[in-house]
Design a protein around this ligand. Structure first.
Ligand code: 5GP
Ligand code: ZN
Length: 116
């Protein structure tokens, strides 16, 4: 896929709208368009990286920032003590639908385990 066609790259470039809840030079967070829980935020690196398996050593600092953003957002939404789930779907068997790495931050209800 061309990066120019990637829906999340287009959200990064503000070419299509999203409910942006956190942004810095390297990462963006926005509400999922089809929320699976009362809190459902996607945290992404601005750089186009298709899958977790495509992350290179030089990309790793941005993953550090993703975790910091998750902490900030969990506190903001007051779910830092009640609990939340962070999910990365990588590839076909995981059901990855958008080929731009994204961390789902899910919270606000009880989740079951194992996942479906
Ligand atoms: P995946 O299945 O790849 O892990 O998750 C992709 C997620 O992206 C889904 O939860 C889906 O609802 C969300 N999504 C897909 N397209 C858009 C969009 O254009 N805007 C927003 N905000 N979320 C999207
Ligand atoms: Zn992209």
């Amino acid at each position: 896929m061309q990066m120019s066609e990637c829906i999340f790259c287009r959200i990064v470039k503000k070419e299509i709208p999203a409910d942006i809840v956190f942004e810095n030079d390297h990462i963006l967070a926005f509400s999922d368009i089809h929320p699976q829980s009362p809190v459902h935020i996607l945290v992404i690196p601005k750089k186009h990286v298709a899958r977790l398996m495509d992350l290179s050593e030089e990309d790793m600092p941005v993953i550090h920032e993703v975790h910091k953003a998750v902490q900030v957002l969990a506190r903001q939404r007051d779910v830092h003590q009640s609990g939340f789930r962070v999910v990365v779907n990588n590839g076909a068997n995981a059901g990855q639908a958008v080929d731009h790495i994204h961390y789902h931050l899910l919270a606000g209800r009880q989740f079951s385990w194992p996942p479906g």
